[in-house]
Ligand binder design. Sequence first.
Ligand SMILES: Cc1ncc(COP(=O)(O)O)c(C=O)c1O
Length: 313
Amino acid sequence: MTANKKFPKLGTKVWWNGEMIPAESATLHVSAHSLHYGLGVFEGIRAYKQKDGGLGIFRGFDHMRRFVDSCRISGLPTPYSTEELLEACKSTVRESGFEACYLRPIGFLDAGPLGVAFDANTHPFTIAILSMDWGKYLGADAANQGAKIKISSFTRHHPNIAMTKAKLTGNYINSVMAKVEAKQMGFDEGILLDPEGYVAEGSGENLFVVKRGKVITPSVESVLEGITRDTVIQILSDMGVSYQERRMSRDELYAADEVFFSGTAAEITPIAEIDFRKIGDGRPGKLTQEISKRFFSIVTGENSERKAWIDRV
Ligand SMILES: Cc1ncc(COP(=O)(O)O)c(C=O)c1O
């Protein structure tokens, strides 16, 4: 096979249906069903260097449980349990050669006859886990000074068009459109509204609004139930800050004191500006900064009360 010079730098080995194989060999056939029709499941997970040494996967069990749920929702037949998949993630981190990394478990239907219908006998379901070195998802400037955001011209999925509780590869066409549109217009990210015009989420992040000391996040109907979103909710309850999950209109974003994104890739990213309107004073807000501080103390194992969320490698 011709080497593609544009391959990203992956960890040394990829977990592939139970075996650790060299990253260069982890390729698929051009007739793979998932490539043609977009039915695949995936996760995004981070492994962090721990304060007391070693590496820990943040909420690895919860991510792989969502992966198994995505398989159930989409009808893709995973032969592995959540526990086995978590062990597979640990092996991938161990053999990655990285000090900290991003993990991408993906399940897809491999080579088989063309045609929309699939069948486990004709299209083998393959699970692979790769690792990558991945810094600040929206860039260092956005992480430090706040991101510049546009409300997208694309609408987030209706749950009966693309099932939003599953992290399905094909669902991300919508995210790719929103992200590319935002970047082409000079923004860092897009926020998508749901089919009824209420705020849903970023192309790859959940979002939170702070208004007069209270925190609001869109309810789960049309968003991915983010594991970082849940982590932020736990942090808020540790801090005794009241929060609400409810529908939210775009003007509430414009008039917010603070807005921030949460996500495995984006971690906690403050938002400085939406549609050319400054959020608060246009700098990362106090509560956002406190939540971010607590988030990093949890993921690096410094917070002893949340050690159960760290899957040591
Ligand atoms: C559309 C979307 N929403 C939200 C999130 C945040 O989810 P999590 O915190 O589990 O990474 C992601 C990232 O996976 C995403 O792709």
